[in-house]
Design a protein around this ligand. Structure first.
Ligand code: ZN
Length: 106
């Protein structure tokens, strides 16, 4: 078992999990029940975490995640539908009010 990512957005981690599973890397999300509701910022130690089951796949998982992050952060900025705040593409949720990015493709 090895932690490969943590993120305040469970939806984002779920997206990463899907990507890893498509690459035959078994993984699971920890702390998903501890994350706060919309608009709440969970404590750092309670952030949802993505773990892979087989340590020997860590390097491959890290490469995939790095690639995914590069792609994600090159997208357009998005505007929060709840408060109108403009957010950078790498944020999966509004930094102002915490609402998830509804324009994100799952
Ligand atoms: Zn907002």
């Amino acid at each position: 078992m090895k932690r490969v990512a943590s993120h305040e957005s469970l939806a984002y981690l779920g997206h990463l999990k899907n990507m890893l599973e498509q690459a035959d890397i078994a993984c699971l999300i920890k702390n998903e029940q501890l994350s706060g509701g919309l608009g709440e910022i969970p404590f750092l130690e309670c952030l949802p975490e993505l773990w892979i089951l087989k340590d020997e796949q860590a390097a491959r998982a890290a490469r995939l995640l790095a690639e995914l992050e590069r792609v994600d952060s090159s997208g357009p900025a998005w505007t929060c539908s709840a408060c109108g705040e403009r957010n950078e593409p790498q944020f999966g949720a509004c930094w102002q009010c915490g609402r998830a990015d509804e324009t994100a493709t799952e």
